[in-house]
Design a protein around this ligand. Structure first.
Ligand code: NAP
Length: 293
């Protein structure tokens, strides 16, 4: 029987690249998705595609059959209790290794679900690797593209705080490394990009790459919330973003570590490289593509 690696969130920003990175390494991959039919057509190299839903335990048995390792992420709308129950199920069927996508600082921040999910995983018999990731560069594309395309503005309420942005593609590659190599048992890695930038510097980089002026108006939390609300963004998501940008405003998102370099064996991608890779989407020439290069 071939051991299989299960990827949860396989259609998501990080998961889709974890699947691709594992497929590149000739590993048996299983993509756990809520809609297998759509995912099979949209995901390149999705491997074995099975129905999987954190909220539907009846889908867990098939997803976990013969699984040796799991890439585990918590979709923002899924309860921590459902994630923890799934971890317990994985433990019961003998899964050896869970790689959990967490967030930078989760070990100290007791109010966020990642903190408690990490602890829950550590309390099982499963070997774990925690990937505590900084702020994804992909948020610039998936959340803030409209401000850049329509208003020539980077409209986030982060003050002059710096952020150690990381490209989700680098997180995915690091996840593939720790899933496959044997040396990462019961360890945590703080995954950041190579530098911490404030949003003024990010706007300058946008201007240089796109060849037109992109400004950072440094909006208040209220002005930001109002614009997002007018765009139809759900209130819960606006509140989540305000929390994240307040963290950056307070200077708590600026830590740069060597861990990405350690796992990737190269420097992680810069913000400039990310903008260059997606320049067409930021110019408004194409829709943001979930299947990024
Ligand atoms: N964004 C950041 O800057 C950042 C930084 C650090 C950590 N994180 C953490 O990263 C995680 C998000 O990762 P991501 O951005 O790759 O995800 P994402 O792009 O938001 O995608 C969510 C994924 O979850 C799947 N999903 C949704 N509901 C599900 C359910 N009930 N059962 C099973 N799968 C379900 C979705 O699949 P379908 O909809 O196709 O079914 C999709 O694949 C969060 O835990 C977040 O806290 C984010």
């Amino acid at each position: 029987m071939t051991a299989v690696l299960l990827v949860t969130g396989a259609t998501g920003t990080v998961g889709q690249h974890v699947v691709a990175a594992l497929a590149d390494r000739d590993v048996a991959v299983r993509s756990g998705v809520r809609d297998p039919e759509t995912a099979s057509t949209e995901l390149a190299d999705a491997g074995d595609v099975v129905k999987f839903d954190f909220a539907k335990p009846e889908t867990w048995g098939d997803a976990l059959a013969d699984v040796d390792g799991v890439f585990l992420m918590r979709p923002p709308a899924v309860s921590e209790a459902d994630v923890n129950s799934f971890v317990d199920a994985a433990d019961r069927v003998g899964v050896n290794h869970v790689v959990y996508l967490s967030t930078l600082g989760a070990e100290k921040n007791v109010i966020i679900p990642h903190h408690r999910i990490e602890k829950h995983i550590m309390g099982t018999d499963i070997t774990y690797t925690l990937l505590r990731a900084s702020f994804f560069m992909q948020n610039l594309l998936e959340v803030h593209r409209a401000d850049i395309v329509e208003h020539d503005e980077l409209f986030v309420p982060a003050g002059s705080g710096k952020t150690s942005f990381i490209d989700a593609r680098d997180i995915s590659e690091a996840a593939a490394v720790v899933l496959i190599e044997p040396d990462h048992a019961n360890r945590a890695y703080d995954l950041t990009g190579p530098e911490a930038l404030d949003y003024g510097a990010v706007a300058t980089t946008f201007s240089e790459v796109l060849g037109r002026s992109i400004t950072y108006p440094n909006p208040s939390l209220l002005a930001f919330s109002r614009r997002m609300y007018q765009r139809g963004t759900p209130l819960g998501f606006i509140a989540l973003l305000c929390g994240i940008y307040t963290t950056a405003r307070l200077g708590l998102a600026a830590r740069v570590t060597e861990d990405s370099y350690l796992l990737l064996g190269r420097s992680p991608r810069t913000v400039r490289a990310f903008i260059e890779d997606h320049a067409d989407a930021f110019r408004g020439d194409s829709r943001p593509d979930r299947t990024l290069p």
